[in-house]
Ligand binder design. Structure first.
Ligand code: KIV
Ligand code: ZN
Length: 508
């Protein structure tokens, strides 16, 4: 039997950490259900001490997961962090505390203001011992291991293993390494660290040089048996190792690597679209494995080759990663049961019949306009409901006039947090500018619109148009917002208001 490589998903922690990708607890639960369908081994649910919201999300995720996967919470090597993390994981059948401290000269000098390596090791050892008082499974990360000397890293790793760490995480936090250097680093640890054969070696690689998947692969080749990754490679800065890439890479080269994962790869496309729809981070069409062009052949020579034999230009059967997997199309004639069943399969829980009736009404409204409702449309519809349920300001109506030659003008009516209807009108350089200005007249939010993008949710002229915006608050915090409607000027108003609502909620 080949080595089992554990898949540790950190979409809900490192992925969520990237500016504008934050998710609320409900969204995190939908993602959790998708991670369970993928069959990941470990779910890093959050950083409990960072906010009451994160603490609560970790608790809810742990309850949702039960014993189906290990649930992990992140901490610094600080007692209080560990206490709070242990509290959030209380009652979880398979809890893991993930604690750690910096090891590179850069981190010791600047982040820890000249701390010596010995002191960092002492703190790491103390943190591991403290965490072991609560749980049997403690993972230690040596932050910025990618820029530490092999010897310093080995000393720290040996000390935390002796203190009781069960998993040692070797992150290339800054994505600095070349794949072969990273591989040598893992091999060095395997050859020089006492006790390493008794623990799991994990790799956690960032994509600053576009190498995250290659780095993790070299880690696996040289002895790592856990890979930390995210759906679509979401994560800090340029992101992390993409789960779909590392898992398919391992599968393609299973024999040579003597390794396998237990991931249900048919769920990749669904997972990718879900994360994109929840975070508002679009997937580039040429993204490996899950991009819309990943299996599209355009040149005549390639088309001819694929028609003769698929393998001529395709190394992966598209069905193995979920393409064409979902042929379910709902229409206005689909009954209640079909809609309920599909929503449940997509990971949504319906609280009660009354809530379901409202969802059905929204569904019929969409199906009347769009004829065929696909899974992506259902994600948008459920996302829109979730956003309006938790909104401070709700969009009640918009009226937009534009065209050439005329001045784009928008009138919007919002329901304010006190339930009062407020209407304003403004003009702008285009309809989106006009609608945002009209919203600003009512909300008076202090922010700048820094990104705007629009994407069709599905194919066809009647597709929902999903608008994603990012706004920047005066303190530099970024908030994303999404809106989907058939009319993209209405989607724009929804997206802008959604971002403002998120900002106002954070500030309140
Ligand atoms: O990139 C990193 O080093 C991390 C650690 C917290 C594991 O995310
Ligand atoms: Zn990271």
């Amino acid at each position: 039997m080949s080595r089992k490589i554990q898949i540790f998903d950190t979409t809900l922690r490192d992925g969520e950490q990237c500016p504008g990708a934050s998710m609320n607890t409900q969204e995190k639960l939908v993602v959790t259900r998708q991670l369970l369908r993928l069959g990941v081994d470990v779910i890093e649910a959050g950083f409990p001490i960072s906010s009451p919201g994160d603490f609560q999300s970790v608790q809810r995720i742990a309850a949702e997961v039960g014993d189906k996967a290990i649930v992990c919470g992140l901490t610094r090597a600080v007692e209080k962090d560990i206490d709070v993390c242990a509290e959030a994981l209380k009652g979880c059948p398979r809890p893991r505390i993930h604690t750690g401290i910096g090891v590179s000269p850069e981190h010791l000098m600047y982040k820890f203001r000249g701390m010596s390596l010995d002191e960092a090791i002492d703190r790491g050892v103390h943190a591991v011992k403290h965490a072991r008082k609560y749980v049997d499974d403690v993972e230690f990360y040596a932050e910025d291991a990618g820029r530490a000397s092999f010897e310093d890293l080995a000393r720290m790793i040996e000390a935390v293993i002796a203190a009781g760490a069960t998993v040692v995480n070797i992150p290339d936090t800054t994505g600095y390494n070349m794949p072969w250097h990273f591989g040598e680093r893992i091999k060095y640890l395997c050859d020089h660290v006492r006790g390493i054969e008794d623990v799991t070696i994990s790799v956690h690689c960032h994509n600053d040089l576009g190498m995250a998947t290659a780095l993790a692969m070299e880690g696996v080749r040289n002895g790592a048996t856990q890979v930390e990754c995210t759906i679509n490679g979401l994560g800090e800065r340029a992101g992390n190792t993409a789960m779909e890439e590392i898992v398919m890479g391992i599968r393609m080269h299973e024999k040579e690597l003597d390794a396998h994962t237990d991931i249900n790869t048919k769920e990749f496309l669904q997972a990718s679209r879900l994360i994109s729809s929840i975070t508002g981070f679009p997937v580039q069409p040429n993204k490996a494995i899950v991009g819309s062009n990943a299996f599209a052949h355009s040149s005549g020579i390639h088309q001819d080759g694929v028609i003769k034999q698929r393998e001529t230009y395709e190394i992966i059967d598209p069905a193995d990663v979920g393409f064409n997997g979902s042929s379910i199309v709902l229409t206005a004639r689909s009954g209640h049961a079909a809609l309920r069943h599909r929503l449940e399969l997509l990971g949504y829980t319906i609280e009660n019949d009354e809530q379901f009736e409202q969802i059905h009404k929204d569904f019929l409204d969409l199906a009347d306009r769009k004829k065929e409702v696909l899974d992506e449309d259902l994600h948008s519809l459920m996302g829109e409901r979730e956003r309006s349920e938790s909104a401070l300001y709700v969009l009640k109506a918009t009226q937009i006039s534009c065209g050439q030659p005329s001045t784009p003008t928008a009138t919007v009516t919002l329901i304010d947090p006190f339930g009062k209807e407020r209407t304003a009108c403004d003009f702008g350089t285009g309809p989106v500018d006009a609608v945002c200005k009209a919203i600003n007249k009512i909300v008076r939010a202090d922010c700048e619109l820094t990104e705007f993008s629009v994407q069709a949710v599905t194919h066809g002229i009647d597709a929902l148009g999903e608008v994603t915006v990012r706004i920047t608050a005066p303190d530099g915090q970024v908030f994303s917002g999404r809106g989907s409607e058939c009319d993209i000027t209405v989607s724009s108003a929804m997206a802008y208001l959604n971002a403002i609502n998120r900002m106002l909620r954070k500030q309140s």
